[in-house]
Design a protein around this ligand. Structure first.
Ligand code: ADP
Length: 384
């Protein structure tokens, strides 16, 4: 701006002020736009701005990832040329945007997206995409769980109601051998249902809080002696069962929960080991951690089942599990209890030779009795 004199000085100064105000306004607008963009960029959802012809005006990093776009290269391109998915195309063109479109984007990490179009301005659109993969997975798990529980309860109930019908019709009486057998089967099916309900209640109690209900120091030897007694009752003399304690200790945790976890491992060993097999329960130390392990000479488990054994209702051997009154929830409970105690479950198994399940409790939860002599490793104890 030239410097004028006289009347021009006044005119130029006016122009100068005007120009400066316009500049400041433009700066403010640019800063505001940058702020809006960085807010949209920071959004966890994918955001794409489309013009009236569905061409991409702008998109954030999440949209780049979930739709496989490139904000720089793809600006000005019609989105339907780049995101080729029949449901997506129909939704964007359909102009019925009250409900979001939930669809799996094939080829993009198989993400499940909830997509929503919000029209605004002059026929422009805002395309929003939320990753609902995890929520969908949970929903599928919930559905499967309900289906499994219903199935598990329906089978014994069908047996019981079938027998009740024959009694009601007078086809059989409880004082004749056939009737007594029917009553016995009804009783065992009822016990099975009760056991399932007990396990479900236990799981739901475990899931309702992240931490053990009661933390207390308890004596492992005493607990394991009790579990050994129960194991002998359950086995009814069919197996050789031994308890070996390498190093007495006190454990800090919820005794009832840990008793249930250890008891489940032992009852599995008994149920999956044919008569005359042997079962060794052992407690000891490994690298400062406390380890309770149960080794059996039973059926063993094929390697492909091992990673899934702790899933609810997963069974490697379906018929044996049901025949022996298994609910399919035992190892899920064990895993939950150990996780709540910052511990873990280790499984080694070989079909036809046997299995070893080890519950490992972290050092900070275990107070070993002081001992002068060198103690054998817990794994060695379970080797016969
Ligand atoms: P279940 O009530 O069916 O025993 P669990 O959750 O306790 O349910 O165990 C899951 C599956 O793991 C069982 O169905 C069985 O196939 C397998 N399993 C568990 N423990 C053993 C074991 N000691 N020996 C062989 N298989 C086992």
């Amino acid at each position: 701006m030239p410097l004028g004199s006289g009347v021009w000085e006044h005119v130029f100064a006016g122009l100068y002020r005007h120009m400066r105000a316009a500049n400041q306004y433009q700066h403010r607008l640019t800063a505001q736009l940058a702020r809006f963009r960085s807010a949209a960029q920071a959004m966890p959802d994918g955001v794409v701005v489309l013009d009236a012809e569905d061409r991409i005006t702008w998109c954030n990093a999440t949209a780049e990832r979930v739709f496989g776009l490139d904000a720089r290269k793809d600006a000005g391109q019609p989105i339907l040329n780049l995101v080729r998915h029949p449901d997506f195309g129909a939704y964007v063109k359909g102009a019925r945007y009250e409900e979001p479109l939930v669809t799996r984007m094939v080829g993009m990490d198989e993400l499940m997206l909830s997509i929503r179009v919000v029209p605004y301005g002059q026929e422009e659109k805002l395309l929003l995409a939320r990753d609902v993969t995890q929520a969908e997975r949970l929903e599928t798990m919930r559905r499967d769980f309900v289906a499994n529980v219903s199935h598990e309860l329906k089978t014994p109930l069908t047996v019981v109601s079938g027998f009740l019908e024959t009694f009601a019709e007078g086809n059989v009486r409880s004082d004749e051998p056939r009737g007594r057998k029917a009553l016995e089967m009804m009783r065992s099916q009822t016990v099975r249902m009760l056991r399932l309900i007990d396990d479900l209640l236990m799981l739901s109690a475990l899931e309702s809080s992240a931490a053990p209900a009661r933390e207390q120091l308890f004596d492992v030897e005493r607990l394991l002696a009790q579990i050994l007694d129960e194991a002998r009752v359950l086995s009814a003399g069919r197996h050789r069962i031994e308890l070996r304690i390498a190093r007495p200790a006190k454990v800090l945790g919820d005794e009832r929960e840990l008793a249930s976890a250890f008891g489940n491992l032992v009852s599995n060993a008994i149920r999956y080991t044919p008569p005359d097999g042997s079962i060794v329960l052992a407690w000891g130390a490994r690298d400062g951690d406390g380890v309770f392990s149960v080794a059996d000479t039973g059926l063993g488990i094929a390697a492909q089942h091992l990673p899934r054994l702790t899933e609810r209702f997963y069974r490697a051997d379906t018929s044996r599990s049901r025949d022996t009154g298994g609910t399919g929830l035992g190892l899920a409970i064990v895993k939950h209890v150990l996780t709540r105690h910052q511990g873990r479950l280790e499984i080694q198994s070989e079909p036809g030779r046997g299995s070893r399940f080890s519950a490992v409790l972290p050092a900070r939860r275990v107070r070993f009795a002081p001992s002068a002599q060198l103690q054998p490793e817990v794994e060695k104890l379970t080797r016969s």
